[in-house]
Design a protein around this ligand. Structure first.
Ligand code: CAA
Length: 291
């Protein structure tokens, strides 16, 4: 099946990034969220990020204007009725996702594909709650979506070959590279990345190094673009904790136990950049380590 129109459910950090790259690649995009405010915030993010790409000559002004013109905002799922592919990028709560699929599926064509951008929830389990498990799969983008080249593709047990082939071609059209993962907790990137971040939090918790020392160590000692604690703030500490819990419970191995200090930050509501405080305090001109 040829994808022409893509629905994106959720206009947050990931959803707006997905809408951004789809529109730049020439797809018509329906961007959906539950309120007009959220959609407008998502559109503002897209505008800001496209402006960055224009400033650095990665996108021409004409292409930016054309891409913005391809994004149709909609605060109702009915607005997604004629999409060939709908990518759900809502909050990482299984009950919310299930409700979205239950409301969405009767509205879209029976041939339409449904994908989730979940970072860790079982694709097979989510697929089983829909009317089309064979046309359902994981298309997992990385943050920031306009910059990161990788997309993980995850088939559920029932996903058919046509759906997988179409998703692969779609990702190629976005000029991104696919890595195929089996459907196991947190897939590949987060299975490897999040235990590293959790270990960095243990390193802090046990007093081996300060926030600044740990991040400097990994930036300059392992050539990572961001230190693990800076990256945790970027991903969101609630998301980091959630993924560790999925690994801990899904694989039943104590090596994945979330660090109590990570739990404490989340309990404080210090969730990283999005709340202006996490392992760093972002309320001033420069981020200041909180430990
Ligand atoms: N949209 C568009 N362009 C962006 C952007 C965005 N959101 N963020 C950065 N850029 C562009 C900048 O404009 C800049 O472009 P030029 O090189 O053309 O000037 C380029 O990216 C570099 O950005 P900056 O100079 O601002 O900063 P930087 O060099 O420190 O790079 C970064 C920023 C790309 C985020 C880099 O620090 C990085 O790669 N960090 C690691 C990110 C990472 O690991 N992501 C994966 C997280 S895990 C995940 O996403 C999975 C999950 O499910 C949790």
């Amino acid at each position: 099946m040829k994808i022409r129109k893509v629905g994106v459910i959720g206009a947050g950090q990931m959803g707006s990034g997905i809408a951004h790259v789809c529109a730049v690649a020439g797809f018509d995009v329906c961007l959906n969220d539950i309120s007009q405010d959220r959609i407008e915030a998502g559109l503002a993010t897209i505008n800001g990020n496209m402006a960055r790409q224009v400033r650095s000559d990665r996108l021409s002004e004409e292409d930016r204007d054309a891409a913005l013109g391809r994004i149709i905002p909609t605060n109702s799922l009915e607005g997604l009725a004629d999409c060939e592919l709908v990518i759900e990028s809502a909050v990482e709560e299984e009950a919310v996702k299930r409700e979205i699929y239950a409301n969405l599926c009767p509205l879209i064509s029976e041939d339409a594909l449904v994908a989730t951008n979940t970072s860790s929830i079982s694709i097979t389990r989510l697929a089983a709650t829909t009317d089309r498990p064979e046309k359902f799969m994981g298309i997992h983008f990385m943050n920031p979506v306009p910059v990161m080249e990788l997309v993980e593709l995850v088939r559920g047990i029932a996903t058919d070959d046509d759906t997988f082939t179409t998703a692969k071609a779609f990702v190629a059209d976005l000029n991104k590279t696919v890595a195929v993962s089996e459907d196991f907790p947190a897939f590949m990137v987060n299975r490897i990345l999040l235990p590293m971040i959790n270990e960095a939090v243990y390193t802090l918790y046990e007093g081996v190094g300060s926030v600044a020392a740990i991040d400097t160590a990994m930036r300059l000692g392992a050539n990572h673009p961001m230190g693990p604690l800076e990256l945790a703030d970027f991903i969101g500490l609630d998301t980091c904790l959630y993924i560790m819990q999925v690994l801990y419970e899904g694989l039943a191995d104590t090596k994945y136990r979330p660090c109590p200090l990570l739990v404490k930050y989340v309990e404080a509501g210090w969730l990283g950049r999005k709340t202006q405080r996490g392992f760093y305090d972002y309320r001033g001109d420069e981020p200041v380590p909180t430990r």
